[in-house]
Design a protein around this ligand. Structure first.
Ligand code: FAD
Length: 481
């Protein structure tokens, strides 16, 4: 530990008590590696204050001492966003003791939760009040509100309710100089210039630390209908989605996956079974949900799928006959990332293109990659209706992870990103940039975007002390010279 880091830990103990400082390497170790196991960092201490005020005082002390901080929530980042640098130059600033759900107001349809509150706990608290926080994802048992805000997380209900940007109505945050931005007031209108809440959403801990957020709630689900369908192609899947959206505004999830990804899940997830009897090139998982208990969504879904089968858009479909079956369909969907991880070394790309271009991207990009990298398997699964899929390039059978990542992965990723950019898309749809995509953002972003990102970072954090090495680097690059 450097003398400045030692001084900061002593100050943190004085401000927030002994529980706010962890220095035992065994207790720190689990927080030094990202969820995918791709990034390993070092940090001599974890600081975990339990109030906003204590967080602000610690951040001020860190600024004065020049100590870098890495905000960390549940550490489920898919891009190494919460993993500290490998040289031990930063301390982790964890929100694990900022876990309170301060308020649930069903009439105002709003909740205020502290940054370290776990998403599943927010779901449960909203449900106890007859409401729902309509954003969910596979990591809901670990991901925190602060992490979700800071990555502008999406998930499986974006189609209907949007990403965190739409669901967060205010943010409380400690900025890098130790000042507190109190933006939790539920204003419908606020025109005082730049929107700090929106700036902090998706900032990946580079502009300060979020300590609490105000969240929009919607009425609890009273009825839902869930189906699994086999389709011939992504364009058939999109045509089905368009039909359904024209018929009803209750479609809240529409997830696509290829048969090969389903096979991986069935092979690797204990107890998993394919929902349909036959083999299909592509599958979709559909959920319709509503707050009106009398609405017969299952009947509507059956009619829509029946018509689509008659018209040749759908080959086979199963409507969940019970909540347990619906949950089983979703468990299968939520296990896809883990199943893909078990399927061998692969490069994952969380990308988006305009929704209408996605079917073409899914077919053409996969073919182009497989042709350029013989033996690989390229395919995408995910949020078709958002124009966002997780596009994976799996190494040829038998190739070691070392060889794939060492010799091929970076080139494959560059090719995928070039194909995305050529279609007007984004190299990060919902996971953020973290440390994994910094170079690719620098390579592919326009000079205007890069210059603006750097100017904002410099204005908030001139000494680069918040989450160094993530999202945006301050060093000049080719684009700005
Ligand atoms: P962390 O991983 O701890 O941190 C993520 C980033 O936010 C880091 O840059 C960190 O520095 C910063 N950060 C964390 N807390 C704060 C704070 N209080 N203030 C400022 N910065 C902070 N994401 C999706 O969008 N959609 C999905 O469908 C999805 N599915 C997933 C499925 C699985 C199985 C897993 C493991 C992850 C998935 N993710 C998904 C990614 C991940 O869950 C989200 O990025 C989540 O928002 C991260 O929350 P966290 O608390 O774990 O944050």
């Amino acid at each position: 530990m450097t003398p400045a880091q030692t001084q900061l830990t002593e100050t943190a103990r004085r401000i927030a008590g002994p529980r706010a400082v962890t220095t035992d390497p065994a207790d720190i170790e689990p927080w030094l590696t990202d969820w995918r196991g791709r990034f390993h960092g070092a940090a001599p201490a974890i600081l975990s204050p339990d109030t906003t005020q204590a967080t602000a005082e610690i951040v001020r002390a860190a600024r004065d001492l020049g100590v870098a901080l890495v905000p960390q929530g549940g550490n489920t980042s898919m891009v190494g966003g919460a993993t500290p640098p490998g040289d031990g130059s930063a301390l982790i600033l964890s929100t694990r003791r900022l876990r309170a759900i301060r308020n649930i107001d069903a009439d105002a349809r709003q909740a205020v939760a502290e940054a370290g509150a776990i998403l599943a706990d927010v779901h449960a608290a909203a449900s106890d009040a007859g409401m729902r926080f309509p954003l969910t994802l596979g990591a809901r048992g670990s991901a925190t509100i602060g992490g979700l805000v800071s990555t502008n997380a999406g998930g499986t209900q974006v189609l209907r309710f949007g990403t965190m940007r739409r669901l967060v109505t205010g943010v409380e945050a400690v900025l890098p100089d130790g000042s507190v931005h109190d933006g939790l007031s539920p204003l419908k209108k606020d025109n005082r210039g730049y929107d700090l809440t929106q700036l902090l959403i998706g900032a990946e801990g580079t502009l300060g630390i979020v300590t609490a957020a105000a969240l929009s709630l919607v009425p609890a689900i009273a009825t839902r209908a869930v189906a699994w369908a086999g389709v011939g192609s992504p364009s058939d899947a999109l045509a089905l989605l368009r039909r359904m959206q024209a018929a009803t505004d209750t479609v809240e999830s529409f997830e696509i996956l290829p048969g090969s990804t389903l096979a991986l899940a069935v092979a690797h997830v204990p107890g998993a079974r394919a929902p349909l009897a036959g083999a299909h090139a592509w599958h979709v998982l559909i959920e319709m949900a509503g707050s009106d208990a009398t609405a017969r969504l299952d009947a509507m879904l059956e009619t829509l799928l029946g018509d689509a089968m008659s018209d040749g858009l759908v080959a086979d479909a199963a409507i969940a006959a019970s909540e347990a079956q619906a949950d089983a369909f979703w468990r299968l969907r939520d296990s896809l990332s883990a199943a893909e991880r078990a399927g061998g070394p692969a490069s994952q790309h969380d990308i988006s293109v305009p929704v209408d271009a996605m079917p073409r991207f899914m077919i053409e990009a996969a073919a182009a990659i497989e042709a350029a990298f013989p033996g690989t398997h390229a395919s995408g699964f995910g949020h078709l209706g958002d124009g966002n899929i997780h596009f994976h390039v799996r190494a040829p059978a038998g190739m070691s992870a070392e060889r794939w990542y060492g010799d091929h992965a970076a080139r494959a990723t560059r090719m995928v990103h070039d194909l995305v950019v050529a279609m007007g898309g984004s190299i990060s749809a919902e996971h953020g940039i973290g440390q994994m995509k910094v170079d690719e953002l620098t390579r592919t972003a326009s000079p205007a975007r890069l210059a603006a990102l750097r100017a904002i970072k410099t204005a908030f954090d001139p000494h680069g002390l918040f989450n160094p090495g993530k999202l945006v680097t301050l060093a000049p690059d080719r684009a700005s010279t």
